[in-house]
Design a protein around this ligand. Structure first.
Ligand code: FAD
Length: 309
């Protein structure tokens, strides 16, 4: 069995594996896709100490760093089930292939995915104007007009954030009213360069082959369609943690995020978690990597306290 089995090969899982391998404990890592969301990113300008890089480049560097250590890497494998140990026993992780892998401790780092609008043009213009992360891509739209799709807390926070960077923000909400906290809504309404449109269903993203030029929305009140010219569209309709397969193995929040304490420990002895799949806020590469290191050190602390033998 492994001393530590890491599930996930994004920044959180990669950091966890490097940290436990450097402690000399037997480490395994299972990932469907090494690099995780980083693989889907173009410009990365906020991974501290690296002024500018690209997703595929950083993903390759993550993999190279893990491979520099004695880590048993299993990629293109999906985990389907986790059976936590009975006291004194081993945790069992079952792959979709049916194979079961056992470990004394587990670091869960399966990440998350942005909910997509699923409209024509969205996938085509991803990273070419269609964006999901205002902290990451906001500065790319300086001096331009953008839309934010979604009027919950994340959409309204994004719109407030972007209004300070770009020329104009149009916020589109599907329902009759914004769903964000009142204090955020007040702040948003106080900004001169923000337009709020409710009952608006985005139906298409337009572009010129190279980048986004606008979007079409349907007014759900009268069924009329309208076009807006823009350079960027921030989709803020939810981040979904990849935790469906965990069933009830560890406690999840109503949104599906893994509950951890400040050391990255779940309430289940020997099971730790890190990154976008957890309650850890702000969902960034540098944060996921830090969380991964922390969960790994906590797993090591757990291991050295296990009875010998
Ligand atoms: P992920 O990167 O999501 O990795 C999850 C890993 O788990 C993957 O290896 C995946 O294959 C694996 N996995 C999931 N489920 C299973 C399973 N059942 N079985 C086996 N393996 C599984 N952040 C920044 O800091 N700067 C940016 O510029 C930036 N830009 C972004 C642009 C885009 C388009 C996107 C989508 C995100 C961006 N982010 C950015 C956010 C950043 O990518 C994430 O916060 C970070 O990747 C989270 O790391 P993670 O390791 O927690 O999860």
């Amino acid at each position: 069995p492994f001393d530590v089995l890491v599930v996930g090969g994004g920044p959180a899982g990669a950091a966890a594996a490097v940290y436990t391998a450097r402690k000399g404990v037997r480490t395994g890592l299972i990932a469907e896709r090494f690099g995780g969301q980083v693989r889907d990113t173009m410009a990365i300008e906020n991974f501290i100490s690296v002024a500018e890089t690209e997703g595929p480049k950083l993903a390759a560097a993550l993999e190279q760093h893990v491979r520099a250590y004695d880590v048993e890497i299993m990629t293109q494998q999906r985990v389907a089930h986790l059976a936590p140990a009975v006291p004194g026993g081993l945790h069992a992780v079952t792959l979709e292939s049916g194979v079961t892998v056992q470990a004394k401790s587990v670091v869960l780092a399966p990440g998350a995915r942005w909910r997509q609008m699923d409209v024509p043009g969205e996938a085509e213009y991803r990273n070419k104007g269609v964006a999901y992360c205002p902290h990451c891509d906001g500065p790319l739209f300086k001096g331009k007009r953008v839309a934010v799709v979604g009027g919950g807390n994340s959409g309204v926070e994004a719109a407030i954030d972007l209004a300070g960077l770009v020329t104009h923000v149009t916020l589109l909400e599907y329902g009759e009213a914004l769903r964000a906290d009142a204090v955020l809504q007040r702040k948003l309404r106080s900004l001169a360069n923000v337009t709020i449109i409710t009952m608006a269903q985005t139906v298409a993203v337009h572009g010129n082959g190279r980048h986004v030029t606008g979007l079409t929305y349907r007014d759900r009140r009268d069924d009329g369609t309208h076009q807006i010219e823009l350079a960027g569209i921030f989709v803020q309709i939810g981040l979904v943690p990849n935790t469906e397969w965990l069933d009830a193995a560890v406690p999840l929040t109503p949104r599906g995020e893994i509950e951890t304490d400040h050391r990255g420990a779940t309430p289940v002895a020997g099971i730790f978690a890190a990154g976008d799949a957890t309650i850890s806020p702000y969902k960034q590469i540098v944060i996921a990597a830090g969380d991964g290191a922390k969960a790994a050190l906590s797993a090591f602390d757990f291991l050295i306290r296990l009875p010998a033998g």
